[in-house]
Design a protein around this ligand. Structure first.
Ligand code: FES
Length: 103
C-alpha cells in the first residue's frame, strides 16, 4: 500500500508512485483520485508523463487514450487495458493498493 496526501495532488498533473513494487500512475480529476498502471500496454512509456483530459489519460508516446476509471484502452494504438489499483480516500490521506477480490 502507498499513501499520498490528497492536498498535494494537483488536478491534471499525474504522479508516478510505487505500489508494492508495481509502477502506478495516480491522477486527480476534480475531487476524485484514480490509480492505474504507469506503463502503457502498447510499448514502453510512462503514463504519468501523459496528459489528462476529463477521465482519460493520453500516452505521450503514440497518443493512446486510457480510461482512468477502468483502465480500458480507448484508442489505438493500444488495445489492452492497463491494470487499475484500489484507491481509498480518508480525509487528506489517499491509500492506494493492489486490487483484491474484496475491493
Ligand atoms: S507507448 Fe503508449 S501509445 Fe505507444
Amino acid at each position: 500500500m502507498t499513501t499520498l496526501q490528497f492536498s498535494e495532488l494537483v488536478a491534471g498533473r499525474p504522479v508516478a508512485v510505487d505500489v508494492d513494487g508495481k509502477p502506478a500512475c495516480v491522477a486527480r480529476v476534480g475531487d476524485e483520485v484514480f490509480a492505474i498502471s504507469n506503463i502503457c500496454t502498447h510499448s514502453y512509456a510512462e503514463l504519468s508523463d501523459g496528459e489528462i483530459k476529463d477521465y482519460k489519460i493520453e500516452c505521450w508516446l503514440h497518443g493512446a487514450d486510457f480510461d482512468l476509471r477502468t483502465g480500458e484502452a480507448l484508442t489505438l494504438p493500444a488495445t489492452e487495458a492497463v491494470e487499475t489499483f484500489h484507491v481509498e480516500r480518508v480525509g487528506d490521506e489517499v491509500f492506494i493498493s493492489q486490487k483484491t477480490k474484496e475491493n
